[in-house]
Design a protein around this ligand. Structure first.
Ligand SMILES: [Fe+2]
Ligand SMILES: [Fe+2]
Length: 375
């Protein structure tokens, strides 16, 4: 347990992202076990049965990012997840038979041995930690024992962050559910727009060097974008007709109110310094800003609007266009994209974010049919 104590301050230092903390840990591990060439964590999304790349520290070989597959499509990993047993592979070539992108990638990097551990949070399976080495049979019993300790540290660190995020989302959800009673926004809108945000974030990730960790946080925090609407009086929020100037100003104040709520939640959980909490705040603060400076509340333009906000803005508008609202019919994906394109042409929206919607229309259709409004 001495190891845990010595490492704890770094691993739990919430000023850095999980990726940064994993890098520090990897450096330390290399002092004792030089053959660990890569440490990676994939996380599991139970709603979609998807295992997704999340964080990695890769010393040899090229990192694999932005990759996901159904856990049920990998019988061997599925077995580990349900049994809780770690797995050691001493010579990869002898066991890999499948021709998946993942196994081809493993072989191409020259990794020869692997040590894989399923990780859990409160008994619930949340993903895997992978240790890879270019050395054959690098993971003997002694190394396994040491790495298991490090793995539990990584597990703890991720669980801590997840439970912080979950608490935030849960308390926001309580607030939101109250607001939902007032029926301004449906739960399915939030489900859909979070998933659209994830699609867009993934698509623009290479161009903007966004990590998988960033993409997952955008997905998690996107549903909070309008949290400030719980502070808007029903007379304005639920007004059936168009708003007059003073009502519009009241409505626009949902951004400022949302920021206050987020700051309060972050303060209550004492995690203002959590590196990724900035993503949450930026989504709430900037999701009505437009690139040409015509948005609100600050009229920011261009690069002053952070990527997470541009992504959520496009996802939010796209879902509004393709949803049934009392004042408009449902638009098709193509019609909505044409409208978004117009907004790109006018200089308001990020072109790459809008392109991502059009390029992923098949996946978007799947999301639409899975999360339908029933009214
Ligand atoms: Fe909003
Ligand atoms: Fe929205």
């Amino acid at each position: 347990m001495a190891i845990q104590h010595a490492l704890a301050p770094h691993l739990f230092d919430s000023d850095s992202t999980l990726t940064q903390r994993l890098g520090i840990l990897h450096e330390r591990i290399l002092n004792a076990i030089p053959s660990v060439d890569r440490i990676a964590v994939a996380i599991y999304d139970a709603a979609d049965d998807k295992l997704k790349t999340f964080i990695n520290s890769t010393r040899r070989g090229e990192a694999i990012t932005s990759y996901e597959f159904k856990l049920s499509d990998s019988p061997s990993l599925y077995k580990l997840a349900t049994s809780g047993e770690p797995r050691v592979i001493d010579e990869i070539q002898a066991v890999i038979k499948s021709n998946t992108l993942h196994s081809n990638w493993l072989l191409k990097q020259g990794y020869r041995s692997l040590f894989t551990l399923p990780i859990y949070d409160n008994g619930e399976f949340i993903g895997f930690i992978f240790f890879d080495s270019i050395v054959q049979a690098a993971f003997n019993q002694e190394v396994q024992r040491d790495l298991s300790l490090y793995a539990s540290l990584i597990n703890m660190s991720i669980s801590n962050e997840f439970s912080a995020v979950r608490s935030i989302v849960a308390s926001a959800k309580v607030a939101r559910d109250f607001a939902n009673l007032r029926d301004f926004e449906t739960g399915t809108h939030l489900e859909r727009m979070a998933r659209y945000s994830r699609i867009i974030a993934k698509a623009v990730a290479p161009r903007h060097q966004l990590s998988d960790e960033f993409v997952e946080h955008v997905f998690l925090f996107a549903p909070l974008h309008d949290i400030g609407k719980i502070g808007i009086p029903d007379s304005v929020l639920l007004k059936p007709g168009p708003l007059d100037d003073s009502e519009r100003l009241i409505m626009q104040s949902h951004v400022g109110k949302g920021c206050e709520i987020v700051q309060k939640i972050l303060g209550d959980f004492a995690i203002q310094h959590l590196a990724d909490s900035r993503i949450m705040l930026n989504i709430v603060k900037f999701h009505h800003e437009h690139l040409d400076g015509s948005g609100y509340p600050n009229g920011l333009s261009g690069n002053d609007i952070p990527m997470e906000a541009r992504i959520v803005t496009v996802a939010d508008i796209f879902d509004a266009l393709t949803s049934k609202r009392p004042y408009k019919p449902v638009w098709t994906i193509q019609e909505a994209c044409a409208e978004l394109d117009k907004m790109v042409g006018a200089g308001k929206l990020d072109r790459n974010c809008v392109d991502a919607v059009l390029e992923n229309s098949a996946e978007i259709e799947r999301i639409q049919s899975r999360y339908q409004d029933y009214f």
